[in-house]
Design a binder for this molecule. Structure first.
Ligand code: B12
Length: 213
């Protein structure tokens, strides 16, 4: 069986150690890290989502697959990060209040770091006040909000509103993303940009700090 198919299966089946060692094997065989993520690892998570929808998988399988994806990301993180480059901008990033999905947000962070941004990672389930606090402390040009649930995407709106109420809205550009988010939702809540992928996040962030893509 091809290496990439074995990696896909290891993530879907939630075998964290195997997934990590298969990524290491792929890298030794000369695989491109970004292609590995977008062509094998993200499709594996999509398959997990499909199996969950079809009620073949339940929460425990979702958790195991999430763990396997995180383990598989480990050998890739240093390769995505740009070595020692001077930061082109500061980003504060987090998954919004109530949302525990952090794999996509972590991918966005790795790609931004790879594009020489300094990223302050607030983690998952980040309350609006925490974003406000972090803006005051770190003075970012950009705030990235991630949400994966239709029930938590509304927390993006409250986060934008909290930033506005704190008088900080003009200081930052707000980018939003995550499976249920769309361009029109971003416009509706007053965000500055929407990206469907981590690569889009980099392009948007570069534009916000006046760099061409
Ligand atoms: C893994 C997983 C989990 C894991 C998360 C582990 C972790 N540490 O992240 C666990 C087990 C915790 C989990 C829990 C739940 N989950 Co879940 N989960 C998933 C699953 C299978 C994969 C998500 C993922 O990691 N995808 C891969 C990443 C790389 O993709 P991504 O997050 O979309 O990110 C990309 C883009 O969206 C974008 N992006 C993301 N953020 C941002 C931000 C910016 C600024 C930009 C520009 C771009 C961007 O870039 C990323 C890379 O390209 C999805 C199904 C799916 N295919 O999405 C369901 C899914 C999201 N989960 C779902 C559900 C229902 C739940 C639970 C409610 C289940 C339950 N009954 O308890 C809980 C909720 C917990 C909570 N409060 O958050 C549903 C959501 C349905 C809905 N419409 O709301 C989904 C869609 C499954 C399904 N098909 O029904 N889940």
């Amino acid at each position: 069986m091809a290496l990439s198919q074995r990696l896909f299966d290891a993530i879907v089946d939630g075998h964290a150690q195997l997934a990590e060692s298969l990524v290491e094997e792929e890298l030794k065989a000369g695989a491109d890290p970004v292609a590995l993520i977008s062509e094998t690892m993200i499709p594996a998570m999509d398959e997990v989502g499909k199996l969950f929808r079809e009620e073949e998988f339940f929460v425990p399988e979702l958790m195991l697959a999430g763990r396997a994806m995180k383990a598989a990301m480990e050998p890739l993180r240093p390769l995505l990060a740009a070595a020692g480059a001077k930061p082109v901008g500061v980003v504060v990033a987090g998954a919004v209040k109530g949302d525990l999905h952090d794999i996509g947000k972590n991918l966005v962070i790795s790609m931004l770091e790879g594009a020489s941004f300094k990223v302050v990672d607030l983690g998952a389930d980040v309350w609006p006040e925490k974003f406000v606090e972090a803006i005051r402390e770190h003075h970012p040009q950009i705030v990235c909000l991630s949400a994966l649930l239709t029930t938590t995407m509304t927390a993006m709106r409250t986060t934008v509103e909290a930033i506005k109420a704190a008088g900080l809205r003009r200081d930052v550009k707000i980018l939003v993303g995550g499976a249920p988010i769309s361009e029109s939702y971003a416009t509706e809540i007053g965000a500055d940009g929407y990206g469907a992928t981590a690569t889009d996040a980099v392009a948007l962030a570069r534009r916000q700090v006046g760099l061409s893509n």
